[in-house]
Structure formats: C-alpha cells, structure tokens
Design a binder for this molecule. Structure first.
Ligand SMILES: *Cc1c(COP(=O)(O)O)cnc(C)c1O
Length: 224
C-alpha cells in the first residue's frame, strides 16, 4: 500500500536541502496495482516509473488520469520501442544509438512532442550491468543530441554495486556526476541526474541527484 507519511517525509527532506535545489521523485510503481497508483496520485505524486511495457499500458489505461508523467525505466526491447515512444514521457536507460534513433523517428514521425531521454552509463564496468561505457558516452551523447524526436536530459545510474558499502555507492554516484559535468563542459545542456533508489537515495542526494527513483520505500514490497 502506498505510504503517504513516507512520501511526505521525503518531500519534507527534499524541501529542507540547503542550498535549495529542485529534486523530483519518480514513484516506481512496477508490480503495484492500480489502486496503489491512484492512492499515490491522490497524495500528490505525479511521476510514475514502470519497467514492463505491457503491465504499464494496462495500468495507465485503468488509472485514467492525464496529469501523470510516465517514466520508462526498464530494458528497452526493440519490439516494444513503438509502444514505449507512444505511451511514455521519459525513457531512462538508453544505451545505444539505434534505440534512441528508433524512439526519435517514431516520436518525430507522429508529430508528438520530443521524448525526454537519459543515457544509462555503466559506471562500474561490471559486465552484468547494462549501459554505455564512459569511453563511448561522449559520442553517444553527441549523436542523441542531434535527433529531432528526443531531448537528451541527462544520465541514469544503474543500481550501485552490492559490495563495498556506502563508500563504493558514493563513488558510483560521484562518478556519474563527473560524467555529467564533462558532457556539460562539452556544451550539452543537461538538467538530469537520475540516481538513487530506496536503499541509497540519501547518498545519491548528497552526490547531486536531481531525480530519485523510489519503489519499495513508498509502496512496500512488490510482486515482480
Ligand atoms: C525497480 C527499480 C527502481 C526502484 O527500486 P526500489 O529499490 O524499490 O526503490 C529504481 N530504478 C530502477 C531502474 C528499477 O528497476
């Protein structure tokens, strides 16, 4: 069940940061039912994150609100690209030029407003983590920035390494922020650092996150 008091606590924490900065929270509603999403929307949540296209589309239709902003945070499967482009406002986790190009073509071709995208960077270099390598990032950013149907907003961190404790997690986030700074220095106007989940968002905030992705802490355990 959506935890209104936890949501309010987090809002209060974000409002108290000094210096003040704008931080947005995505309520990650994958595995949660329509009633939970409605309850969250009633409490003022406007950003929702989903990882599975079919599940998301069914729930979007049932929730039936047009004032919500939907973020796709799952793996982008090629055969789902059209649905993702049509039914989401943001896509995190773009890792290849071809993905961005397909999203852009669909979006531009249908005359819709451009889709906001973040590039997922494989900061830790672990083979199991998806993402563009830091070495390939500048070239990918350059390509995506030229595409008419997408707007490059920033970078997304995959989950932090399990081992190494807080210090390793902090380094992980700091490394992503460094990549964002370099892209900015190269002339990209980027406003988003999508990092921090239920278990590590305080560290992500300290390291400059602008967009948190919170699931379990807001909704409790989920089905998938
Ligand atoms: C599920 C998921 C989250 C939310 O994780 P919690 O630990 O439940 O907060 C955030 N980001 C991504 C990419 C996810 O898949």
């Amino acid at each position: 069940m959506f935890d209104v008091s936890k949501w309010q606590q987090i809002r209060t924490l974000l409002a108290s940061l000094t210096p003040a900065r704008e931080i947005r929270v995505i309520a990650v509603s994958k595995g949660q039912g329509v009633a939970e999403i409605r309850a969250a929307a009633e409490a003022g949540v406007r950003l929702f994150g989903e990882s599975y296209v079919q599940e998301a589309l069914e729930k979007q239709a049932q929730v039936g609100r047009t004032d919500l902003e939907w973020h796709f945070i799952g793996r982008i499967q090629r055969n789902k690209t059209r649905l993702i482009a049509a039914h989401f406002h943001w896509v995190h986790g773009v890792t290849e030029e071809g993905q961005a190009r397909r999203l852009s073509e669909i979006r531009a071709g249908e005359g819709q407003t451009p889709l906001s995208v973040c590039l997922q960077v494989n900061i830790s270099g672990e083979a199991s983590k998806g993402g563009v390598s830091p070495a390939q990032l500048p070239e990918l950013a350059e390509a995506v920035a030229q595409m008419p149907g997408v707007i490059l907003r920033g970078l997304m961190a995959p989950p932090a390494p399990l081992l190494g404790g807080d210090e390793a997690t902090r380094r992980h986030f700091a490394a992503l922020r460094q990549q964002l700074e370099w892209l900015r220095a190269a002339g990209h106007a980027l406003d988003t650092l999508s990092m921090g989940m239920s278990g590590d968002y305080p560290l992500a905030l300290e390291e400059g996150a602008t967009l948190l992705r919170l699931g379990t802490i807001l909704f409790g355990r989920r089905e998938n």
